[in-house]
Design a protein around this ligand. Structure first.
Ligand SMILES: NC(=O)c1ccc[n+]([C@@H]2O[C@H](COP(=O)([O-])OP(=O)(O)OC[C@H]3O[C@@H](n4cnc5c(N)ncnc54)[C@H](O)[C@@H]3O)[C@@H](O)[C@H]2O)c1
Length: 342
C-alpha cells in the first residue's frame, strides 16, 4: 500500500508512519515541520526506516505538491493541524487557515485525483463543546458523568466552542460531507486524549506528555481549574490499530464518524496523573493552580461502542500500563527533551 501521512512528522503522524513502514508499506510524510520536535521525529523515523519519503510542504498553499503526493496514495491520513485551543484564541486566522482551509485543500486534492484514495481524518472531541447539557458530578479526586455510563456517543449534538473547535469542526463536517456528495471514502475519527511515545507535549496541548516530561525535568506545571478534569486516555498503538481496522472495513466505515478514545475503562484525572508521576519519578511535582480555560470540559469520555460494533475495535493498553511506558520512554530520553524544551 502507498500511504500518505499529512502531518506525518508530528506525534500521531510519526507513530502511524512507523507502523505502516514496519508492515512493508511505502510511506510518504508530508509536513511543514512547524511543530517543535518534528525534525527529531523525522530523524527517528529515518534511522529506523531509511526508505521513508518526505515532502516538505504547507497544506495552506502548496496545492501542487499536495496534488502530486495524493496521486500516488492508496490511503491518506490527514493529521496536520494547529492543535492548541489557546493558540487558536490568540491567532484565529492562522488556526482557520491551517485547520479549515488546509483540510479543504486536502479534500479537494483527493476529489480531483485519479485514484480517489481513502481519507482518514483526525477530528477531536472538542466538536462537542462544553457539553453543558450533560450532568456531571464532582468527587474527591475527579469529575464523572451522572447519566452517561458508556460515555459520550456520536449522537451528542455538535457545539463548536473556541476557534479551534470551529476550525476542526468545519473540517470534520466537510470530510463527512465529501463522502456524501462526492462518494469519497472518508472516515472521521473524533479522538479524545491520545498519548504515547514521541509526543512533545506542552502546556497548551498534549497534557499527559507535558506533565510526564515536566516531572522528569523538574519543570513547573500549572493546573488550570481544580485538576479534577477527567479524560479517557488512548495509547498510540491502540489508535493506529483502530485506523488499520477501519480501513480494512472501508465498505462499512466510509462516510462514518467514530468517537475514538480509551472509553469508560481507561480514564484519568489530572490530580491522579500527578500522583502517579510523583510515585514513578520519586519526587513531588512543582505545581500551581490557575483559573479554568475556555471550553474545557470537566469530563470527556468517549462511548466507543460504535467502533466496536462496526469494525471490531477495542483498546488494550490500560492507563497505568500506558503511563508507565511513557514515563520509561521519557526517563530514557531526557537529552532529547533538553534539546527541545530548553
Ligand atoms: N494528540 C491528541 O491527543 C489529539 C486529540 C484529538 C485530535 N487530535 C488531532 O490529531 C492530529 C494530530 O495531532 P498530534 O497530536 O499528532 O499533533 P502534532 O502537532 O504533533 O502534529 C501535527 C503535525 O502537523 C504539522 N503541520 C502543522 N501545520 C501544518 C501545515 N500548515 N502544513 C503541513 N503540516 C503542518 C506539524 O508540523 C506537525 O508535524 C491533529 O489534527 C489533532 O487536531 C489529536
Amino acid at each position: 500500500m502507498n500511504i500518505l501521512i499529512i502531518g506525518g512528522a508530528g506525534f500521531i503522524g510519526c507513530n502511524t508512519a512507523d507502523h505502516y513502514l514496519k508492515k512493508g508499506s511505502s510511506v510518504t510524510v508530508f509536513d511543514n515541520f512547524s511543530r517543535k520536535g518534528t525534525e527529531q521525529n523525522l530523524r527517528w523515523l529515518q534511522s529506523n526506516h531509511p526508505n521513508v519519503q518526505v515532502v516538505r510542504g504547507d497544506i495552506r498553499r502548496d496545492n501542487t505538491l499536495l496534488q502530486q503526493s495524493v496521486e500516488r496514495a492508496d490511503v491518506v491520513f490527514h493529521f496536520a493541524a494547529q492543535v492548541a485551543v489557546t493558540t487558536s484564541v490568540i491567532n484565529p486566522r492562522e488556526d482557520f487557515e491551517i485547520n479549515a482551509l488546509g483540510a479543504f485543500n486536502v479534500l479537494e486534492s483527493i476529489r480531483l485525483s485519479a485514484g480517489k484514495p481513502i481519507l482518514v481524518f483526525a477530528s477531536t472531541n472538542k466538536v462537542y463543546g462544553g457539553m453543558e447539557n450533560v450532568q456531571t458530578q464532582e468527587g474527591d479526586r475527579r469529575f464523572s458523568y451522572v447519566n452517561l455510563p458508556y460515555g459520550c456517543s456520536e449522537e451528542q449534538p455538535l457545539d463548536f466552542h473556541s476557534p479551534y473547535g470551529c476550525s476542526k469542526g468545519a473540517a470534520d463536517q466537510y470530510v463527512r460531507d465529501y463522502a456524501r456528495i462526492y462518494g469519497l471514502k472518508t472516515i472521521v475519527f473524533r479522538q479524545s486524549c491520545i498519548y504515547g511515545y514521541r509526543q512533545f507535549g506542552v502546556e497548551d496541548q498534549g497534557w499527559v506528555a507535558h506533565f510526564t516530561i515536566s516531572a522528569a525535568l523538574g519543570r513547573p506545571v500549572t493546573v488550570y481549574g481544580n485538576g479534577k478534569q477527567v479524560r479517557d486516555l488512548l495509547f498510540t498503538t491502540d489508535l493506529v490499530h483502530a485506523y488499520d481496522l477501519a480501513i480494512q472495513k472501508i465498505d462499512v466505515t466510509a462516510g462514518q464518524v467514530y468517537n475514538i478514545g480509551g472509553g469508560p475503562d481507561k480514564t484519568l484525572s489530572l490530580l491522579e496523573l500527578m500522583e502517579f508521576l510523583e510515585t514513578s519519578f520519586g519526587k513531588k511535582m512543582n505545581s500551581s493552580f490557575s483559573t479554568w480555560r475556555p471550553g474545557d470540559q470537566p469530563v470527556f469520555i468517549c462511548d466507543i461502542r460504535k467502533a466496536k460494533a462496526e469494525f471490531g475495535w477495542e483498546p488494550n493498553v490500560g492507563v497505568k500500563e500506558g503511563i508507565a511506558l511513557l514515563a520509561d520512554w521519557v526517563k530514557g530520553n531526557t537529552k532529547e527533551f533538553e534539546a527541545i524544551y530548553f
